[in-house]
Design a protein around this ligand. Structure first.
Ligand SMILES: [Zn+2]
Length: 248
């Protein structure tokens, strides 16, 4: 691509946008670049808990087409998990939220919608997160404890919003890469196994809202192998609240 002439409208627009782009890039540095650092330096934020326990977590629901399948599979396995829900989906599908709680699982907050925080907007972040936390509390009768920011991007604004909403941010130590097109039960299981140790927190998705269509089926199919693999290694599997993450 050629560079526009120095005084062309396109060049002036590019120059004007450069500081905005720099702020945005600094603000939303990709989670993949800093998650390994978080795991080393801030293990509680990464979700490191009791070494004999693994926390099982799901993001991006509730979804009436897929979440009930996870509830059935977890019941069959005798496992309770933590579901990080989106507020806008929770209010659209209240019966799925209530059924999740009725089956003994824990509800947590993933945000109101699944936005990327392109630019700092602390007041909007705080309003949206509070709205999502209130929606979960009203639907379940329980105040949520945990917050996982979309894309794992924990900006200073999101951190402050979580504090205002009384939520504790927690990320993950192992993921299944179950959102990618072409993910299979075997690929999800092996991605989780590659990153998982006792005390770890596993991230999967019970909805394809932000993923390739139908790829939740890969996560669902991987569940028995993940849970049984943990148990064979002497690890119990359960919710974040049962994970023994130390207080700050
Ligand atoms: Zn998400």
């Amino acid at each position: 691509m050629s560079t526009p002439p120095a005084h062309s409208p396109a060049r002036r627009a590019a120059v004007a946008l450069a500081p905005v782009a720099a702020v945005a890039a600094a603000h939303i540095a990709p989670a993949a670049t800093w998650l390994p650092v978080v795991r080393r330096r801030l293990p509680r934020l990464a979700g490191v808990g009791h070494p004999a326990h693994v926390a099982l977590t799901f993001d991006d629901g509730p979804d009436p087409g897929s979440t009930p399948c996870f509830l059935d599979a977890l019941e069959e396995l005798g496992v309770r998990a933590t579901f990080f829900v989106l507020g806008d989906a929770a209010v659209r599908h209240p019966s799925v939220v209530r059924e999740t709680v009725r089956r003994g699982h824990e509800l947590a907050v993933h945000g109101w919608s699944h936005d990327r925080p392109w630019l700092p907007a602390p007041a909007d972040e705080a309003r949206a997160l509070l709205r999502a936390a209130d929606a979960v509390r009203e639907l379940t009768g329980r105040r949520p404890r945990w917050y996982r920011p979309p894309y794992g991007i924990l900006t200073s604004g999101r951190w402050a919003a979580a504090r205002t909403a009384g939520l504790r941010p927690v990320l993950w130590t192992a993921w299944g890469r179950d959102w990618t097109a072409g993910a299979t039960s075997a690929s999800v299981r092996s991605a989780v196994a590659a990153g998982l140790r006792g005390g770890g927190t596993v991230l999967l998705h019970d909805s394809d809202r932000m993923s390739a269509p139908d790829c939740w089926r890969a996560a669902l199919g991987a569940l028995p192998g993940i849970v049984n693999g943990c148990r064979e290694a002497g690890l119990s599997v359960g919710t974040l609240s049962g994970h023994g993450i130390l207080p700050r």
